[in-house]
Design a protein around this ligand. Structure first.
Ligand code: ARG
Length: 566
């Protein structure tokens, strides 16, 4: 229908002004009572046609009046044309929103989209800031998958590097049990102790360096130690992933590349890309126009670095999965690092897929409620527990108005969802300011509001005792303003998904869902649903049902869960 309307508008302009190749864009007016679709084409064309915008608008309006599916046409402002569609054509269009609720089948022949996300560091508890990469990455994976892309999620865990030399030394000196029996907190304690002691006794650093050297030359005992430490940490992190509904298909971390770096070093040397730098290090220098500082690929003592491993990972991913694009969901502090990685791959002459840094800012709390105690990381698990506690208090405060038969499940959903949504609803390119009050409020752009609205819609459907999903009617009498607005917003669902995907911006989807909640609640307050006469009741139940499904689909893509009752 929308396409037919566009085509019709083209024809009118072509016939009236004998112009070719005009583009008439229709969009939904921000003012909801300005119709279903609007175009500013007359304003854009006025100059080239040498006509007044209003004159062109009148021609367009005249030609569109009475066109199939058009209910009403109006000219507005200096040269806008606003169109109201007939209920039947709006309802027909809604099938696109219905289909957008089901995932598209995977296009198996297409090259996959590879997403590098989460990437926790081993031997440390997951810190709160790690939630950003984890959930932003998971949402991008979910949306791509929903839209039919083959997706490879990769967890590039940090389990190689000089810090493990330190940890090995610390464990040997002060550890009371083998690595496999330590908790993650105990591992962190050992690491912190190493740093404190090394300040007094720098010889410890040499020991650590030597230990890492042994690790890099394949010392079996140390490798076992590293595997144990990885296992212990990942078991802990897995619990958090489950709470967050995060599932990453592949774990290939830095350890995985311990033997793959050698050949790349050789290749770089042969190609003259890696050259001798200061203090015996091997470095890569970038062409001046890139404006990137020289980077070490091998230290003077022969130790590899973070960059070396990322190079090996790029190579391996290309050979293993042949991705069309690799998305690195990594915080802004690693911008330079990734630029250097990407640039080095190009210098090496590799045949590369598109490489994209999906950058995000730092997270901080709006109040000082949760600041890092000195020397400690603020643990994500603690923040999630705190969120659930606060969500439970919100439930308590609302007394009778929140109904649930499983309060702890609801608090978990609201609390964890509140934190996740509070992050995802912000433009990731900015610093993320997390505000407890906003995140857990039942009103506003928050998870609890979305969850509440979903439960409200489901409750209406329960009361109607429908056997299955309420199907959309083919036609309807005149639409109320609230119905028309709700339909218009439901119609935007497919575009909200494709836009969030193309721009890799989860907040496009949260903004959309927030608008849908507002429009549904306005409709719920304005129009009786269960008590409406038969035809209106059928339509309104169908809209309620579709709203619930869209909210649930959207929420799950955002890793949230929504209750049926609340
Ligand atoms: N482990 C890193 C960190 O915690 C994130 C890994 C990012 N991915 C990558 N390929 N470098 O900061």
């Amino acid at each position: 229908m929308f396409e037919e309307l566009s085509a019709r508008a083209h024809t009118i302009l072509q016939e009236t002004y004998s112009v070719k190749d005009v583009v008439v864009r229709w969009r939904r007016p921000t003012e909801r009572n300005f119709g279903d679709l609007s175009t500013s084409a007359p304003l854009q064309l006025a100059k080239s046609l040498g006509k007044k915008p209003r004159e062109i608008a009148e021609e367009l309006a005249k030609g569109l009046k009475g066109f199939k599916g058009v209910e009403r046409v109006e000219i507005a402002g200096a040269g806008y044309v606003n169109v109201w569609l007939e209920p039947a054509s709006l309802l027909a269009e809604l099938s696109s929103a219905v289909s957008a609720c089901s995932p598209l089948p995977v296009r198996k022949k297409e090259k996959p989209v590879l997403i590098d996300y989460s990437g926790p560091n081993i031997a440390k508890p997951l810190g709160v800031h790690h939630i950003l990469s984890t959930v932003i990455g998971q949402v991008l994976a979910n949306i791509h998958q929903h839209l039919g892309y083959p997706v490879i999620g990769v967890n590039y865990i940090g389990n190689w590097g000089t810090q493990f030399g330190k940890l090995a030394v610390a464990l040997k000196k002060w550890g009371k049990k083998p690595a496999a029996a330590c908790s993650v907190d105990e591992l962190l304690e050992l690491y912190v102790r190493f740093h404190n002691e090394a300040e007094k006794d720098p010889a410890l650093d040499d020991e650590a360096r030597a230990a890492f050297q042994r690790l890099e030359s394949g010392d079996k005992e140390l490798e076992q130690f590293l595997q144990d430490v990885t296992k212990v940490t990942m078991a802990d992190i897995e619990i958090i992933y489950q709470r967050l509904h995060v599932k990453i298909n592949e774990v290939r971390g830095e350890y995985h590349y311990r033997n793959a770096m050698g050949p790349i070093i050789e290749e770089g040397k042969e190609k003259g890309i890696f050259t001798k730098g200061e203090e015996g290090a091997l470095v890569v220098q970038f062409p001046e126009e890139l404006n990137l500082p020289t980077s070490v690929v091998l230290k003077g003592d022969g130790a590899t670095v973070y960059l070396t491993r990322d190079l090996a990972a790029v190579r391996d991913r290309i050979e293993t999965w042949h991705p069309q694009v690799m998305l690195y969901v990594v915080d802004v502090s690693q911008m330079l690092h990734l630029q250097q990685v990407f640039a080095t791959c190009k210098l090496l002459g590799w045949d590369l897929p598109q490489l994209e840094h999906i950058v995000f800012g730092r997270m901080r709390f709006a109040d000082k409620s949760m600041s890092t105690r000195k020397g400690n990381i603020l643990k994500l698990s603690e923040v999630l527990d705190e969120a659930v506690k606060r969500a439970d208090a919100v439930i308590g405060e609302h007394g009778e108005s929140i109904q649930t038969d499983d309060r702890s499940a609801l608090a978990e959903m609201m609390g964890v969802g509140g934190v996740v949504y509070g992050i995802l609803s912000q433009n990731r390119k900015m610093d993320i300011v997390f505000d407890w009050k906003k995140a857990l409020a039942l009103e506003g752009n928050s998870a609890p509001y979305l969850q509440y609205t979903h439960a409200r819609a489901r409750s209406v459907l329960r009361k109607a005792e429908l056997k299955k999903e309420a199907a959309l009617p083919k036609k309807s009498g005149p639409l109320s303003a609230a119905e028309r607005t709700l339909i218009g917003t439901l119609l935007e669902f497919p575009d909200a998904l494709t836009e969030a995907c193309a721009q890799r911006m989860p907040h496009t989807l949260t903004n959309y869902l927030y608008a849908l909640c507002q429009d549904f609640n306005a409709f719920y307050n304005a129009d009786p649903i269960l008590k409406a006469e038969s035809a209106a009741r059928t339509l309104r139940l169908a809209l309620t049902s579709l709203t619930a499904t869209v909210l649930q689909t959207g929420a799950e893509l955002l890793t949230l869960r929504v209750p049926d009752r609340m």
